[in-house]
Design a protein around this ligand. Structure first.
Ligand SMILES: *Cc1c(COP(=O)(O)O)cnc(C)c1O
Length: 401
């Protein structure tokens, strides 16, 4: 298809071309790729559960009991006992009446937004929301307006301008995927309740990581189901498997079962994946040491990174105030600006056997290409130290180039 070649060529010249890398083994802090070992600092396996032996055993057990595939959509004959049990566990875990499984987070966001909003409705979303949330808004045909990132005051102004109940849905992430910062959810929830507007939180990166039992950003802020009536979580990140869910009250979930097209018209997740997720959810909830360890690794990295004067976001450059600081998020952006520079940094780390992919537009706004460093409870302190060493050696070129 020759017509496409020109576009590809332009992408390459603009340093926007993306290529995949082929991993040889399991996900983990050390991975095998292209015939060598790498230290991995770009996975979302925050709790180290993706290759946990008990989760893998549960997947195997699930396949033996329920087969490889679900065979149909949930409403036809694909909704199995493992799916049902996982939904009940997720409802309990999030403190909601019900939870509904989706095959991916992308599909959950498309399905929920397009079911809850339609032509003539208004949506308000944080400017840095994930592509799946924006695509959900597009698919719904509602009018999407965006407020400045994390800006609760601007959001409140927009809500006030439109009057109570005019905005159908306010949409934010709990922890932002590319920036690692937290939405001021307590404020936002209060504002939405005062204006009679539903709040939808996509907590793909907070779930399992934040909150006393890994309940996520909403649990960290102690928010009720009435504060956040629509909660989306994904299973492929901290929970180590695949899939996603929406949690809320009885009416929301029954409504979505009738109306969410990405729920209705797709094959249910393999039941073995749901079965394995029951195990990983239990581990994520009960093995508190994983969150403690992740926090300790984050503090270690941040302490070292501050001394290297890297281009961390301003909020991370400030010295911690003490005990009552909010928990750290295991996502550390190093801002490069230009795409080519982010690529150079990533390549320089790659030469030292360290994998951190460069994140470029349109994943992030123009001019804000970056390295996105993520930590996992499966990392060791030596891994973090090796990363810091490599960043220190790069330090000079980081500043010069
Ligand atoms: C990863 C991600 C998703 C998509 O989830 P998948 O299960 O990977 O499709 C949705 N929202 C946010 C904020 C994400 O980071």
């Amino acid at each position: 298809m020759k017509e496409l070649a020109g576009t590809l060529h332009r992408l390459r010249r603009a340093h926007r071309y993306r290529s995949r890398r082929v991993l040889d083994g399991a996900q983990g802090p050390e991975i095998a790729m292209a015939g060598r070992r790498w230290l991995n600092f770009c996975s979302n396996d925050y709790l180290g559960l993706a290759a946990d032996a008990r989760v893998v055993a549960a997947l195997r057990d699930g396949a033996a009991r329920f087969g490889a595939g679900s065979g149909a959509a949930h409403l036809v004959c694909g909704h199995g006992a493992a799916h049902h049990r996982l939904e009940e566990m997720l409802a309990d875990f999030t403190g909601r009446q019900r939870a509904l499984l989706f095959s991916t987070g992308y599909m959950a966001n498309l399905g929920v937004i397009s079911a809850l909003a339609g032509r003539g409705d208004d949506l308000l979303a944080d400017r840095l929301c994930h592509a799946s949330l924006l695509d959900g808004a597009l698919l719904s045909r509602a009018r999407l307006r965006r407020y400045p990132h994390l800006d609760a005051a601007a959001l409140d102004e927009a809500l006030a301008r439109d009057g109570a109940g005019r905005i159908r849905l306010v949409i934010t992430e709990g922890v932002f995927s590319m920036d690692g910062d937290m939405a001021p959810l307590a404020k936002i929830a209060r504002q939405c309740r005062a204006r009679d507007t539903w709040l939808m939180v996509d907590d793909a990166h907070g779930l399992g990581v934040l909150g006393p039992r890994g309940g996520g950003t909403t649990a960290h802020f102690g928010l009720s189901p009435q504060d956040v009536p629509v909660l989306v979580g994904t299973l492929g990140k901290a929970l180590g498997t695949a899939g996603a869910f929406v949690a809320g009250d009885e009416d929301l979930v029954e409504y979505l079962i009738q109306h969410a097209r990405t729920y209705l018209y797709t094959t249910a997740l393999p039941p073995a994946v749901a079965h394995a997720t029951c195990t990983s959810l239990t581990l994520a909830r009960d093995e508190h040491w994983r969150r403690d360890r992740l926090q300790a690794l984050c503090r270690r990295f941040l302490h070292g990174a501050r001394q290297l004067d890297l281009s961390l976001p301003p909020a991370l450059q400030a010295e911690p105030a003490g005990e009552n600081d909010p928990p750290l998020v295991p996502i550390f952006p190093l801002l490069a600006g230009e795409d080519a520079r982010a690529l150079r940094w990533s390549e320089a780390l790659a030469r030292r056997g360290i994998l951190v992919t460069a994140i470029r537009p349109p994943t992030v706004p123009e001019g804000s290409a970056r390295l996105r460093i993520t930590l996992s409870a499966a990392h060791h302190e030596e891994h973090v130290d090796r990363l810091l060493d490599s960043l220190a050696q790069l330090g000079r070129s980081l500043h010069e180039s």
